[in-house]
Design a protein. Structure first.
Ligand SMILES: NC(=O)c1ccc[n+]([C@@H]2O[C@H](COP(=O)([O-])OP(=O)(O)OC[C@H]3O[C@@H](n4cnc5c(N)ncnc54)[C@H](OP(=O)(O)O)[C@@H]3O)[C@@H](O)[C@H]2O)c1
Length: 285
């Protein structure tokens, strides 16, 4: 049996859909904090179990009989180390043979604020003694979908990423990569994949592509990190979210989300999804 946590999320759903193309539904465990959210999966004969990172008592039963587990990082920033540790302990208790974890690109040296929880989770997995594979995912191209629509409307995209290049890929690409490892015959214990898109772009190039596709002038306005954060707060984002996004851009300016090793391409055996495709889908509504 192969289990996927956070199966109700965007990535989790894509992983389950990709797994369904490879193994029978009865061998898939979809773990969700709120099982009702994935009742559609139960109706496809997938095994649905409650797996709430904040309720450790749900986790070992959720992983019972599971050989390989994809632990998708949670979305409650600031609480994730404790939550992920509970999932790792439960996987160990349940006798899981392999843990895959969705981390962040170059987690070991990433200056992005979000990377700290990933570093600590990676360390906890390593310390658990359970065989593991780390999938260090770069940004999703989908992170820029709403921004593309907004930029086409306003004629400007703000950021603080400077000339930093972003090697993004779509969630479906990362999902297929996870499934490639989850279903592989032989897996190298301790392997770390740096997963990133084939093509990298700067935010100026992103703005130029939005302009090309929308037929409207769009420019990129680079700002100091504090100013960008203030713009986001003025636009209505809560301060912690604004700080997180600005930290991401600042990291990009230092090359944190650039990678040209093409490990994602190799793992999925095809080209990754370019940012132009995400912009096209977003502008089409
Ligand atoms: N690489 C990137 O660009 C990028 C961007 C955003 C996020 N991420 C990370 O990648 C993960 C997956 O991305 P996504 O697009 O699928 O995010 P998403 O759609 O926001 O889904 C987040 C998932 O985490 C689950 N979750 C949150 N707290 C949980 C808990 N206490 N116990 C169990 N599950 C919990 C959510 O469950 P509910 O449905 O119950 O809320 C949901 O299934 C995110 O959670 C985040 O860690 C990466």
């Amino acid at each position: 049996m192969i289990a996927v946590t956070a199966a109700s999320g965007h990535l989790g759903r894509l992983v389950v859909a990709s797994l369904l193309r490879t193994i029978p539904p009865s061998q898939i465990v979809a773990g969700a904090r709120t099982p009702e959210k994935v009742s559609d999966l139960a109706s496809k004969s997938i095994v649905v179990r409650q797996a709430d990172y904040s309720r450790p008592e749900t986790l070992a039963p959720a992983f019972a009989g599971v050989e390989r587990l994809l632990l998708i990082s949670g979305s409650e920033v600031g609480r994730r180390v404790e939550q992920h540790k509970a999932a790792i302990a439960a996987a160990r208790q349940a006798g899981v043979n392999l843990i895959l974890y969705t981390s962040i690109l170059h987690a070991d040296r990433s200056p992005i604020g979000l990377a700290e929880e990933h570093r600590q989770t990676e360390a906890a997995i390593r310390a658990s003694g359970v065989p593991f594979v780390i999938l260090r995912n770069s940004w999703y191209t989908e992170n820029y979908g709403a921004a593309a629509v907004q930029a086409a409307k306003l004629g400007v995209h703000y950021g603080c990423a400077g000339q930093g290049r972003i090697s993004a890929a779509s969630r479906a690409d990362y999902a297929d990569a996870a499934v490639a490892v989850l279903t592989a015959k032989n897996v190298q214990n301790g392997r770390i994949y740096e997963l990133a898109g084939d093509e990298a772009f700067t935010l100026a190039e992103f703005a130029a592509e939005v302009a090309r596709q929308s037929g409207k002038p769009v420019r990129y306005q680079d700002l100091p990190e504090a100013e960008y954060r203030a713009v986001l707060v003025k636009a209505g984002l809560p301060e912690p979210i604004a700080a997180m996004l600005a930290s991401g851009d600042a990291g990009i300016s230092k090359g944190a989300l650039y990678d040209d090793s093409r490990q994602l391409h190799a793992l999925i055996g095809r080209a990754t999804t370019p940012i132009s495709a995400t912009i096209k889908a977003a502008l089409a509504g």
